[in-house]
Structure formats: structure tokens, C-alpha cells
Design a protein around this ligand. Structure first.
Ligand code: SAM
Ligand code: SF4
Length: 439
């Protein structure tokens, strides 16, 4: 038997890319590839890229430049670029960096085996189409090997919202939902392989409306179907848009026992003027009311969000409105970014905020978010949470897992394995994690 070929994948950006990388690795598994953690060993290097913020493409070019030496030593080495930079730059990548053999956009992964074969025949391979066929259906069934207790599962892709700052509608295309039966089959397979927690993924996951047995199914409908799978203990989903938080989904947060009390619900800004210019189609007030309703359904839910500061024409007053909103919500986690110009998006042409001013606002916002995050985490001390253990910690005899609220929890000196779900009393709160003892 011939030696397996080695594949090195580097993943940038969001969780959807993490899922896509797994599926690409599985697709190339059928071509005799196994994954390696070191680019030096690889017969193929794939960069699965993200285009959400500025300089993403430049970073990819500089990363590619670093493989020059490897390619010179090993002429058979194939180098590929996947993901949203591949989609946005297309052929330009091969023009600017001739050592690239393969460019594949996020909608064409199922064609990777053919593209790989083309590179082996000495040709360049490029596919950035938005094909009609369902890539997930065309991808081989997932292998049956055992795996860790948590998994991502993409249920929806693309976006029709066109926020004025965002490239996703251009790089990932229009909103598409996968049929429910295929998702449920994939979830069942994951559970048989040892998975106990599934995070449903989509750029607008709560806009999910995949075909079900009685017409389109909502995300809440899908969650209730997943709730029936024996052996699956936890369900999460991300990322949601405030406008798609339907009544049935809010209600599920109060009644569906496997749906975890954690919700990532980006708002981007607390100023109605800025929200309007961002084309977000919600106001600060409607967002706050929505959170109130979610908290009525599930009082202990931990909220998380995304913010952009320094969006064109944001004044100090607008920024203060964002700080006010954060004060009211008190996020357990939040991701904040300085606005970054994306060519081709409507906001790119507008007057920009002074970069130093934007930096200063970002620091102030992050300080407030960090304070709340700390306070919420510290308040867990003395409480009992349920932890799904995932892997050994850095210290001998230590295991680390996640609570319902997605806090990392370390436990030492207990007889635990990955996949165990235990009640843990929290005894300490550290910089980014909690420590506790199994009850
Ligand atoms: N669909 C999700 C939503 O509506 O919030 C988020 C998708 S996006 C991949 C993740 C986050 O990146 C956004 O919530 C936003 O905060 C940030 N982001 C997107 N475009 C950006 C830009 N041009 N500059 C700075 N941050 C940006
Ligand atoms: Fe981008 Fe807005 Fe769509 Fe989220 S909802 S992916 S921020 S366009």
C-alpha cells in the first residue's frame, strides 16, 4: 500500500470555516490524504481564509510567500487557497503568487477531489462558482471514526441582509438553508461518533428555513427535532440576527432542555443613527426589548454580542449610546472591532472616523465589556454548573470543559474522561476560565 499523502490545513476566521476545513479534509481523505499539523511534512497545504476585515488578503499573500522555500525543496507540494479570500480574489491569487496551484471558493468544496487531481496532472485549478448543486450533499458521507464530544454543523449559509460594512453577502452568496433531514442525519452520525454537543452554524443561523416534512422548518423546529436524538446532550447555535429572533425560538430557550442558556446576538452599535446607516433594520430600543423577552423566557441566559466602533460618521455621542446599551445588557462575552473598510461595500465610500479616535473608542468599549465579563464570571463562584469535559488541561491530572454558559471550567484530581458531563461546584474565577470540583 502506498504511503498516505499529508494535508496541512490552516483555518482563519469564523466557526463556519472550522466546519468547512473539517469537510475539506474529509473530502481529500477520499484521495488518500491524512492531516498533518506541520506544513513541512505536507504534500498539500490549504489556507482556508477569511475576508471579513481589512488586510486579510495581504496576510494570505505574506503567508503564501513563506512557503516558497518548502515548494523549492519539494516541487510536488501543492498549495491551495480556500475560503472567502479565494472567492473575492479568484484568479488574481495565482497571478500574484504563482506558487499557488489551487483556488477554491466556499461553495465549491465538493469539487476539491477533481481540483486536486488536476493539480497532480500539473495543471492549475480554480473554482469560485456558486454552483446549483448542494455541496453538502455532494460531499462524501462523513467518516465513522470516533471524535471529540463537541462538533459544529453548518445548517445555513450566505446572507441577504447587506449590512453596509459587510462582505459576507458577496463572498458567501445568497442565504441558503440545508434540508432538515440531511442535518438530522449528520447530527445522528456525529452522536454515534461520540459527539454530545452540537453547535448549529450559519451566517444568519436563526433565518434558517430548510425543507422539512411539512414545508419549511424554522430553527426552533430543527432544535426540537435535534432535542429528540438520544445521546445528544447539548444544542447551541450561532450567529443570530436580532430581526430573525422568532417567538418560537425565544420560547424554545425557556422550554427545550437541551438548548443551552447562551445566545450570541450581535447589535453592532447602540446609536439608531448608526444602525440605520449600517442598514441593520433594528433599533437599539427594539434590540433591548428583544433581550428583555429572551430573559423572561430564560432568566439565566448569558448574552454575547458583536460591536463595530468607528463606523463612518460615528460621533462621540453615537459611541456613548453604544456604551449605554452595553451597560444595560451586560454581556458575558462580546467581540468588538474597529470598523475596517471593505471595498465594494456601501460604507467604503463614506467619510471615515479619525483612526486614533476609533482606537480610543475601541479601548473604552473593551474595558467596559471586560469589566462585565469579569463580574459575571466571578459571580459563578459558589454556584453549581454542569460541565461537558472536552480535553486534558495544561496541568497534570487536570481536565477542562465548558459550562452551560460556555465558560471554560478546569477541574483537577478527578477521574474524568472527554465526553463526561458532571455537576461541578465553582471554587475560583481566573483570567479567562473558572476552576471547580466535581460533586
Ligand atoms: N451575521 C452576523 C451578524 O449579523 O452579526 C455576523 C457575521 S460577521 C462574520 C462577524 C462580525 O464581524 C460582525 O458581527 C461584525 O461585528 C464584524 N464585521 C463585519 N464586517 C466588518 C467590518 N467591515 N469592519 C469591522 N468589523 C466587521
Ligand atoms: Fe454581514 Fe450583516 Fe449578513 Fe451579518 S447580517 S453576515 S453582518 S451582512
Amino acid at each position: 500500500m502506498s504511503e498516505p499523502k499529508k494535508l496541512y490545513i490552516k483555518t482563519y476566521g469564523c466557526q463556519m470555516n472550522v466546519y468547512d476545513s473539517e469537510r475539506m479534509s474529509e473530502a481529500l481523505g477520499g484521495q488518500g490524504y491524512v492531516e498533518t499539523q506541520s506544513p513541512e511534512d505536507a504534500d498539500m497545504i490549504l489556507l482556508n481564509t477569511c475576508h471579513i476585515r481589512e488586510k486579510a488578503a495581504e496576510k494570505v499573500y505574506s503567508e503564501l510567500g513563506r512557503f516558497k522555500g518548502l515548494k523549492a525543496e519539494k516541487p510536488d507540494l501543492k498549495i491551495g487557497v480556500a475560503g472567502c479570500v479565494a472567492q473575492a480574489e479568484g484568479e488574481e491569487i495565482m497571478r500574484r503568487q504563482p506558487l499557488v496551484d489551487l483556488v477554491v471558493g466556499p461553495q465549491s468544496y465538493h469539487r476539491l477531489p477533481e481540483l486536486e487531481a488536476k493539480t497532480r496532472a500539473g495543471e492549475k485549478a480554480l473554482d469560485t462558482d456558486f454552483p446549483e448543486e448542494d455541496k453538502f450533499e455532494k460531499l462524501k458521507n462523513r467518516p465513522k471514526a470516533k471524535r471529540g464530544p463537541t462538533a459544529f454543523l453548518t445548517v445555513q449559509e450566505g446572507c441577504d441582509k447587506f449590512c453596509a460594512f459587510c462582505v459576507v453577502p458577496y463572498t458567501r452568496g445568497a442565504e441558503v438553508s440545508r434540508p432538515a433531514d440531511r442535518i438530522l442525519r449528520e447530527a445522528q452520525d456525529l452522536v454515534e461518533r461520540g459527539v454530545r454537543e452540537i453547535t448549529l452554524l450559519g451566517q444568519n443561523v436563526n433565518a434558517y428555513h430548510g425543507a422539512g416534512p411539512d414545508g419549511d422548518m424554522t430553527l426552533a423546529g430543527l432544535v426540537w427535532e435535534l432535542n429528540k436524538i438520544d445521546g445528544l446532550e447539548r444544542i447551541r447555535f450561532t450567529t443570530s440576527h436580532p430581526n430573525d429572533m422568532t417567538d418560537d425560538l425565544i420560547e424554545a430557550h425557556g422550554t427545550c432542555e437541551k438548548l443551552m442558556p447562551y445566545l450570541h446576538l450581535p447589535v453592532q452599535s447602540g446609536s439608531d443613527k448608526i444602525l440605520k446607516r449600517m442598514n441593520r433594520s433594528h433599533t437599539a430600543e427594539s434590540y433591548l426589548r428583544l433581550i428583555e423577552r429572551i430573559r423572561e423566557a430564560r432568566p439565566d441566559i448569558l448574552m454575547s454580542g458583536d460591536f463595530i466602533v468607528g463606523f463612518p460618521e460615528e460621533t462621540e455621542e453615537d459611541f456613548q449610546a453604544t456604551l449605554d446599551l452595553v451597560e444595560q445588557v451586560r454581556y458575558g462575552y462580546a467581540y468588538s472591532f474597529k470598523y475596517s473598510t471593505r471595498p465594494g461595500t456601501p460604507a467604503a465610500e463614506r467619510p471615515q472616523v479619525d483612526p486614533q479616535e476609533a482606537d480610543d473608542r475601541l479601548q473604552r468599549l473593551q474595558a467596559l465589556i471586560t469589566r462585565h465579563q469579569r463580574e459575571i464570571q466571578d459571580a459563578m463562584v459558589g454556584r453549581t454548573v454542569r460541565v461537558l469535559f472536552e480535553k486534558p488541561g495544561r496541568l497534570a491530572g487536570q481536565m477542562v470543559g465548558k459550562s452551560e454558559y460556555l465558560h471554560a471550567v478546569h477541574v483537577s484530581g478527578a477521574d474524568l474522561s472527554a465526553g463526561d458531563l458532571r455537576n461541578v461546584r465553582i471554587t475560583a474565577s481566573g483570567a479567562n476560565s473558572l476552576a471547580g470540583e466535581v460533586l
